[in-house]
Design a protein around this ligand. Structure first.
Ligand code: PEP
Ligand code: MN
Length: 361
């Protein structure tokens, strides 16, 4: 999207969000046909968002489409049909982009055939802990090291994270083991700090509807893992993703981590159905966090396997060398040996499911 279009898009999306339609081009349409439509839309002050699939190109039109009343776009060369997007979210919808998005984080692709494993402690606690975990999860097949430096805790007196010191440690540990980094940001200031160290920002469950923060990570342009909130509907969650994408950052990975229900045997209830529902409604990849859903280490592995069986694109799992001594989420973190067994099992499942996962480093 060029600058003018993006400016129009921002203004129009917030002004008349429902006035969004797509122009579906014929498979035989040419680059010239597409450019001519973009030119007409621009001359009418409309924003455009281009989505090129392997079969068809789709042009999303943003703005007050009444200006098109006298312009027979549907008769222009190369146009197949015009379809309104009825969902409240637009750019993340499957109508807008029927093909699954694959998000490339420096060579690690999320949303394709590969099952991507992200693992690490709830919080970065010290050098020994993060290095030990990094070595272990790498050996089992993880591609990402996770670890919080800014911890959003229920109690203000609980451990709040090592902040930038922690990010320096996870950076060293990840780079020594050829792992990518995913870590949570909780404010504009922490986005600026974390930007120097992480490959992927994590937006935690508590901030899924912090719209200002969503726009900030949208502007930052880096891939984002967007957790679902404990009481967020799938529609609200996809609208949260829309906030990020509408800022021009389409590298959003959705993450289901359990929702709050009447059940108290587990910390949250993992909504496995979110996987096929999201896949039906959006082109964005979806991963599962079985750790915060289960809340107890003994339930993490079965939940993780169920997520992969349901079609999740990856997992983010809490692993700690000594969970009992962890400064946060002690009861749900796996010991490295348990994580290793999970990875072995996932590699067997991958064969049956025609996915890819390489067990071992
Ligand atoms: C976390 O990943 O450590 C975390 C706090 O997760 P959530 O936001 O899902 O509770
Ligand atoms: Mn945690």
């Amino acid at each position: 999207m060029n600058r003018t279009n993006k400016k129009n898009a921002d203004r129009s999306v917030s002004r008349i969000g429902d006035d969004y339609m797509i122009i579906v081009m014929k498979p035989s349409s040419s680059e010239e046909h597409i450019n001519e439509i973009l030119r007409v839309l621009q001359s009418l002050g409309l924003g455009a968002h281009l989505s090129k699939g392997s079969q068809v190109t789709i042009i999303g039109v943003i703005g007050d489409k009444r200006v098109l009343n006298d312009v027979p776009i549907d008769l222009m060369p190369g146009v197949d049909k015009i379809v309104p997007i009825v969902e409240s979210y637009k750019l993340v919808s499957k109508t807008f982009k029927p093909e699954a998005s694959v998000i490339d984080v420096d060579g690690v692709k999320i949303g394709g055939k590969e099952i991507v494993m992200m693992a690490g402690p709830c919080a970065i606690e010290n050098k020994e802990q993060i290095f030990q975990t990094a070595r272990a999860v790498k050996k089992s097949g993880a591609k990402f090291l996770r670890g919080g430096a800014f911890k959003p805790r229920t109690s203000p007196y609980a451990f709040q994270g090592l902040e930038e010191e922690g990010l320096k440690l996870i950076y060293e540990a990840a780079h020594e083991n050829d792992l990518k980094i995913v870590s949570e940001v909780i404010s504009e200031r922490t986005v600026e700090i974390a930007d120097k160290y992480v490959d992927v920002f994590q937006i935690g469950a508590r901030n899924v509807q912090n719209f200002h923060l969503l726009r900030e990570v949208g502007k930052a342009g880096k891939p984002v893992v967007l957790k679902r909130g404990p009481a967020t509907t799938i529609e609200e969650w996809l609208n949260a993703a829309e906030y990020i994408v509408s800022e021009g950052n389409d590298k959003v990975i959705l993450c289901e981590r359990g929702i709050r229900t009447f059940e108290t045997a587990t910390r949250n209830t993992l909504d496995i159905s979110a996987v096929p529902v999201v896949k039906a409604q959006s082109h964005l990849p979806i991963i599962i966090d079985p750790s915060h859903a289960a809340g107890k280490a003994q339930y993490v592995i079965p939940m993780a396997k169920a997520a992969i069986a349901a079609g999740a694109d990856g997992l983010i799992v809490e692993v700690h060398p000594q969970p009992r001594h962890a400064l946060s989420d002690a009861s749900q973190q796996l010991i490295p040996e348990a994580f290793d067994k999970l990875c072995k099992d996932i590699s067997l499942m991958a064969e049956i499911l025609e996915r890819e996962f390489k067990y071992g480093d």
